[in-house]
Design a protein around this ligand. Structure first.
Ligand SMILES: C=C(O[C@@H]1C=C(C(=O)O)C=C[C@H]1O)C(=O)O
Ligand SMILES: NC(=O)CC[C@H](N)C(=O)O
Length: 860
């Protein structure tokens, strides 16, 4: 059934060249893009539209002929693939992990190279696509001397063919393998002329561009790397570099324009007729209009969905159409969010505080802290990867029993987990509030909670999350927060606010809270509570001493830290995978376990030391962060000092991501920003960051649509309490429409797990990491944050964090101990590239680990 008739009409039948000629329009053109499960695909699609014009339709299909998740059409068979090619003016074979010699990695690329005469369709191969073309026509494929990922190089060409009229340019490279067309056998003298001649072993291939990679060994010849090629007679072209990278010069667009006009010319000269075929599912996959139309179509069918019908009653239908009530009061200078949180009962079970603790350092990113109130009465949404349902849980209050409702979701197709997000989004839709003009708090009430790494993994590569995980913990746990307090540290105001059903007595509740705040010591003696924690924080040990001291058995605390040798081996394995072409960068991590006697059931004001809240206060004193959090929800306790924002967005659909890559530890030798910049603005660190930037652009384009993503801040070094970090800001604008605009939840669902925690390409990298890392990452590498009733959101990457699950226990071990012990975890890691050293990565992992680890040792 053609779901979106208007689109197929726009795509195909309405724009045959003859019809378009009649009404004077340029005929719409169609490109088929074969995606090899890369993390840069959407950037290329967007660039094609930018370079060739928005009237060029780009239909994206995976190279194994599976349709995209968003594409309602069924997967294609090889026969259908061949039969549908006449509908396209040209095909692009994209980049991807793996080898062009491996059938599973290139899939349908190979079907194209066999086409002849009328059937031959013009193709552009990019990176893996280019290598596949070369390999098919007699070229060899070998490893580069050293892989080049996120490296920007001069592309040398003679202004011929698809390079005609293109000025010299620099382009980003992402490859480990390269074309071997006998270039190393050509003598230095003959090179200048022979480099442009069809090589002996592959006489059908005409070299169009090269790059010369200087060798580390000054004596050795530079490595000759083929960068562009065309087939001597057939309409096949390829480029090894990545035209779509944010660091590739804009001039390189000329190559795409030339290729496409050559492709059209080929069709014209050979009489290859581009014509409608009996197939209605051709889409402009990434056009913002397609994204909106798909959502409209889905919405028109929503009432046929079981999950949606289930949501029309019970807990899912409760508390609809809330009213927002708020009082704005002055926030005295220096009021400490943790003192306020403590006053309001945060710290026990059921607490959520998003804490901009680095406001004490004047950090411009540390704008607001959000304290959720009455969390124990908030409705929860919980989902465990692998389940066919979402649980809505209303905790019992005032002696009443907890009530639950299950919303069944359809997981028959492997991407069914997206329905979890639909359930959440639908609940939000019915409780949405309008944005007002003027100064508004960061959060006005709505969802707050956490998402695990495995939740992202479950949608990205479902088989990576086993069905028998040995626990039934939520991978997503959101609470719908009705009452909250926001401290805007920069504006010096606090918002006491309620999002409640119309007849509730929100005003008097607000009066009560305001009175409590204004008469409190937290308000009147700002920062009074911090001294005790500052004192513990100040006793920070050097990392080496800390790691040594935790090896000594203390009786009470037991630490299980990663083995340096094993970690170094894992780094080497990552580098082997990269050298094979399986990944461009891998964010390897390891977990530390800390085991101690139970302690969390004593209220913190009765216990002198070591409650989760007290540990958290020490963490935020020692390691203030803009995106810290204290969360006890869904059986998890999370103490985080995250410096990394994953995603922020407003209600108008402006999304902003801040991938962080590149870390230096503060020390006497490196204490200023300028010193850190000198260390971080080097090819290794910039490449690490750039790879994730290109990946995040792809993730955002996927939801925002082609041409809707920008990079306002590239490779900026920022100052944190114990490290300097390099960050980039990537912004996207969601397409708007009154009824069916995608929102921040769609971005979140599509972009998890955070690219900075996986590496690129994301899917293959996650599979490699899953095989190397023995345990689930769980809370670590996921996100925590909020999505409020207006549609504003803020999510941080869960790093520099310790966490525990209530149901994870270890046997008692101390003298006289009878109760099981509690288990805490800290994950830490970093991006491994071809330029990493096992020792350097291991050191980086320990630096990141030692912050929270030292806090645990001193405060737990
Ligand atoms: C993996 C961690 O951090 C990630 C890796 C970084 C890097 O490789 O430089 C920087 C920030 C995070 O995205 C961690 O903190 O454990
Ligand atoms: N970006 C790519 O397409 C990479 C191709 C191939 N996997 C390589 O590493 O060489």
């Amino acid at each position: 059934m053609p779901l979106l008739e208007s689109q197929s009409a726009a795509g195909l039948s309405a724009s045959t060249p003859a019809e378009a000629a009649q009404d004077g329009r340029r005929p719409a053109r169609r490109i088929l893009f074969l995606d090899a499960y890369d993390s840069f695909t959407n950037n290329i699609v967007s660039l094609l539209k930018e370079a060739l014009g928005d009237d060029v339709l780009v239909h994206v299909l995976h190279m194994d002929l599976k349709t995209l998740h968003a594409d309602p059409g069924p997967d294609w068979t090889p026969e259908q693939f061949l039969a549908r090619l006449p509908a396209f003016d040209a095909v692009v074979c994209g980049p991807g992990p793996g080898s062009p010699l491996c059938e599973a990695d290139v899939g349908a690329f190979r079907l194209l190279w066999r086409l002849r005469d009328e059937a031959a369709v013009p193709v552009l191969g990019i990176c893996l696509g280019f290598q596949s073309l070369v390999a098919h026509f007699g070229g060899g494929i070998r490893r580069l001397r050293r892989g080049l990922h996120g490296m920007v190089r001069d592309i040398e060409h003679r202004s011929g063919d698809i390079f005609a009229g293109v000025p010299p340019f620099r382009a980003t490279l992402y490859h480990s393998l390269c074309a071997d067309v006998g270039q190393d056998d050509v003598s230095r003298d003959a090179w200048e002329t022979d480099m442009w001649l069809p090589p002996k072993g592959a006489p059908d291939l005409v070299p169009l561009a090269w790059t010369m990679e200087e060798s580390e060994d000054a004596e050795a010849e530079p490595e000759r790397i083929l960068m562009g090629v065309r087939h001597a007679r057939l309409p096949f072209w390829g480029v090894q570099y990545h035209p779509e990278s944010v660091c590739t010069d804009a001039a390189a667009q000329g190559v795409l324009k030339n290729w496409f006009s050559q492709a059209l010319k080929w069709n014209e000269v050979t009489g290859r007729r581009v014509r409608p075929v009996d197939f209605e599912h051709i889409f402009d996959s990434l056009a913002p209009a397609t994204i909106v139309e798909r959502r409209l179509a889905a919405q028109n069918h929503i009432a046929t969905q079981k999950w949606w019908r289930d949501m029309q009653s019970g807990l899912a239908a409760s508390r609809a159409a809330p009213v927002y009530t708020c009082r704005r009061i002055k926030l005295p200078d220096g009021v400490d969010a943790a003192d306020v949180a403590e006053l309001l009962g945060v710290g026990g079970v059921d607490s959520i505080m998003l804490d901009s603790s680095s406001t004490v350092n004047g950090d411009p990113l540390a704008r607001s802290s959000v304290i959720a109130l009455e969390v124990d009465q908030a409705l929860r949404f919980e989902y465990h990867v692998g389940d066919n349902w979402v649980t809505l849980r209303q905790p019992g209050a005032g002696g009443q029993q907890e009530t639950c409702q299950r919303i069944e979701i359809d997981r028959s197709d492997e991407h069914g987990a997206y329905d979890v997000w639909n359930v959440i989004s639908e609940y939000w839709q019915q409780r949405k509030i309008a944005e007002e003009d003027g100064q508004e708090p960061a959060f006005k009430g709505g969802f707050m909670g956490f998402v695990t790494y495995e939740m992202g993994l479950g949608t990205l590569t479902p088989k990576s999350v086993s069905d028998s995980r040995g626990h039934h913990r939520p991978d997503l746990c959101f609470a719908w927060i009705s009452k909250s307090l926001v401290l805007d540290h920069q504006a010096g105001v606090a918002y006491v606010q309620a999002l409640t059903v119309p007849d509730s007595d929100a005003q008097s509740w607000i009066d009560e809270i305001v009175a409590k705040l204004q008469s409190s010591r937290a308000w009147q003696q700002p920062g009074y509570g911090a001294d005790e924690y500052r004192a513990i924080a100040a006793k920070k040990q050097a990392n080496e001493a800390l790691l040594k001291s935790i090896q000594e058995p203390s009786g009470r605390l037991r630490f299980n830290t990663p083995q340096p040798n094993k970690y170094e081996d894992d780094v080497r394995q990552c580098q082997d995978a990269i050298a094979e072409g399986q990944s461009y960068e891998l964010c390897l991590t390891a977990q530390t376990k800390m085991i101690r006697p139970r302690g969390d059931d004593v209220p913190h004001h009765l216990r002198p030391h070591g409650t989760p809240w007290q540990i958290y206060r020490t963490l935020r004193a020692r390691q203030p962060a803009p995106y810290g959090s204290f969360i006890r929800l869904g059986g998890a306790t999370i103490l985080s000092s995250s410096p990394e924002r994953f995603l922020g967005h407003d209600a108008k659909g402006l999304c902003s991501m801040r991938p962080m890559k590149g870390t230096v530890r503060k020390s006497e030798a490196v204490s200023t920003l300028a010193q850190a910049e000198a260390l971080l603005h080097v090819p290794k660190e910039e490449a690490e960051n750039l790879m994730i930037v290109d990946l995040v652009r792809h993730d955002l384009y996927g939801v925002c649509g082609a041409r809707n993503v920008t990079v306002p801040d590239l490779l900026k070094v920022e100052d944190y309490s114990s490290v300097f970090q390099m960050i980039t800001v990537v912004n996207g604008q969601l397409p708007s429409s009154s009824r069916a605009a995608p929102n921040g939840l769609d971005v979140l669902a599509a972009a998890l797990p955070p690219g900075s925690m996986t590496g690129a390409p994301k899917k293959r990298s996650c599979e490699i990491l899953r095989a190397l890392e023995p345990e689930e990452r769980s809370i670590y590498s996921g996100v925590v944050g909020f999505f409020d009733a207006r549609g504003h959101g803020g999510w941080s990457v869960t790093i520099r964090t310790m966490f525990r699950w209530d149901d994870e226990e270890a046997p008692p071990e101390g003298p006289g101990e009878t109760r099981p012990r509690e288990v805490w975890r800290i994950g830490a890691g970093g991006a491994v590239t071809i330029l990493s050293t096992p020792e350097g990565e291991t050191e980086e992992m320990f630096i990141k680990l030692c912050g929270p680890l030292g806090v645990f040792k001193d405060a737990a």
